[in-house]
Design a protein. Structure first.
Ligand SMILES: NC(=O)c1ccc[n+]([C@@H]2O[C@H](COP(=O)([O-])OP(=O)(O)OC[C@H]3O[C@@H](n4cnc5c(N)ncnc54)[C@H](O)[C@@H]3O)[C@@H](O)[C@H]2O)c1
Length: 424
């Protein structure tokens, strides 16, 4: 099939590459000239495992453009993967989607379908269909296909999805989208077809539920510290209950990224417009925002509220491992707070770059002049670090925001170790 993908970010690029691997011809369109130019020259704008190799393998099936050129007709499927940020007032900004839709309407020459992968408010895709129908006599049917890939494992998630949600109004469109996914040889139970509104709600409800789990375990971890319980033991007990499940029960310094913070806030706002107060999700947001201050307080208590001129070595900038994405990363919030209090920070991250902090490319060097260490992201590379490096820390103290060294008996090396959910 000839497929045109709009918005070549984390979702759009991953989807394009995977669809090319499945045998389709993909035109990747992004209005960011620099990004497209880089991609044309083989420079990949994001870090995501397996992406580089797959682009290379499928380069004949991928074209990168900044606009839908008149010569690029004969499109069977359009896919929308542009950003849908949440505005300050909680509303979802869908402006980019309308930009794309107008481009499609102005260029389409035959009936085809539009798959919307961007996360949009409940009811939006129905409105979009009405908008399209008033602007063109062509049949351009909208399918809502919210994306569930996770940054850090985007390629594997796309190619082996737990479920594909397809919200639809038209049998023609459903048939086409199933044809697009056919090479994946999915099992029947991996495909859930539903109406447009329900598919949109599934996306928001999923992300909000996961955010709730993280905030829940973070709150329980705080209480563990006060009651002399050990969160790692508590987690083990919780996880053995199949009703609770084994995932999203790691406590830490809170969730970040481009999805959970924005989608929880958007859902609260959507509910408010229907005079419903989502108390659980509001609390999850509040607990998440408080988590970084809770961790900061551990640091301040150790230093008796004075960290001015202390030098912090900080491991991990990305909002989670295996991505270079800094959007809403807890590390950045922490760095800003520490800097406001007069601290110096020297950071290391395998892939993420943050130009407002001094960053070194060699992990060992960040210990050279540091007073203490903070872990902000749980990259695997940090878990095996040589403990001898810690001895260089002048104040012999580690604040582990991701509990990655909880089993390393650091006290034996004369180090003071603070983590989350375990009393010292
Ligand atoms: N990042 C994730 O892990 C993830 C997972 C599931 C769903 N989503 C959703 O998918 C959507 C995209 O997320 P993302 O993280 O890939 O965003 P992103 O910011 O990484 O990429 C969006 C891209 O769209 C481009 N764009 C904006 N307007 C455009 C236009 N008019 N024409 C062409 N390109 C345009 C931007 O230049 C940018 O490159 C969002 O709705 C998000 O909520 C994201």
């Amino acid at each position: 099939m000839n497929i045109c993908v709009f918005g070549i970010g984390y979702v759009g690029l991953s989807a394009s590459i995977c669809l090319a691997k499945l045998g389709h011809n993909i035109i990747c369109i992004d209005k960011d000239f620099k990004k497209i130019n880089n991609l044309k020259n083989g420079v990949i704008p994001i870090f995501e495992p397996k992406i580089k190799e797959l682009i290379k393998e499928n380069k004949d099936k991928l074209t990168f453009e900044t606009s839908l050129d008149k010569n690029l007709q004969n499109i069977d499927i359009y896919i929308i993967a542009v950003g849908t940020p949440t505005k300050d007032n909680g509303e979802v900004d869908v402006k980019s989607i309308y930009e794309v839709i107008d481009t499609i309407i102005n260029n389409a020459t035959k009936n085809s379908i539009i798959i919307n992968k961007s996360t949009v408010p409940i009811g939006f895709n129905n409105k979009l269909q009405d908008y399209i129908n008033t602007k063109t006599s062509l049949k351009l049917d909208v399918i809502s296909n919210p994306e569930f890939l996770r940054q850090g494992s985007a390629i594997d998630d796309f190619l082996n999805p737990e479920r594909i949600i397809l919200g639809y109004n038209s049998d023609f469109a459903l048939k086409k989208v199933l044809e697009m996914y056919k090479p994946m040889q999915l099992k029947e139970e991996q495909i859930i077809t539903t109406d447009l509104n329900s598919s949109e709600m599934i996306k928001y409800a999923s992300n909000s539920f996961l955010a709730l789990k993280i905030s829940f375990i973070n709150e329980i971890s705080k209480l563990c510290e006060k009651t002399n319980a050990n969160i790692e033991q508590v987690k083990k007990g919780l996880m053995s209950d199949s009703r609770i499940g084994k995932k999203f029960l790691n406590c830490g310094i809170g969730y970040g990224g481009s999805c959970f913070p924005k989608d929880t806030k958007a859902l609260v706002n959507i509910a408010k417009n229907h005079n419903i107060e989502l108390k659980t999700i509001k609390s999850a947001i509040e607990a998440n925002e408080a988590q970084i201050d809770y961790f900061l307080q551990k640091i301040l208590s150790f230093y008796k509220e004075n960290i001015s001129n202390k030098t912090f070595a900080l491991l991990g900038l990305a909002f989670k491992p295996n991505t270079n994405d800094l959007r809403e990363a807890p590390s950045i919030k922490l760095i800003n707070k520490l800097a406001t209090l007069g601290a110096n920070i020297i950071a290391y991250d395998p892939k993420a770059r943050y130009d407002k902090v001094k960053q070194l490319n060699n992990i060992a060097q960040i210990f050279d002049n540091a007073d203490c260490l903070i872990i902000a992201t749980e990259w695997d590379e940090f878990k095996d670090i040589d403990i001898k490096l810690f001895k260089k820390l002048k104040d012999k103290v580690i604040f582990d925001g991701r509990n990655i060294f909880k089993n390393r008996n650091l006290e034996e090396y004369g180090l003071k170790y603070f983590c989350v959910g375990k009393n010292e």
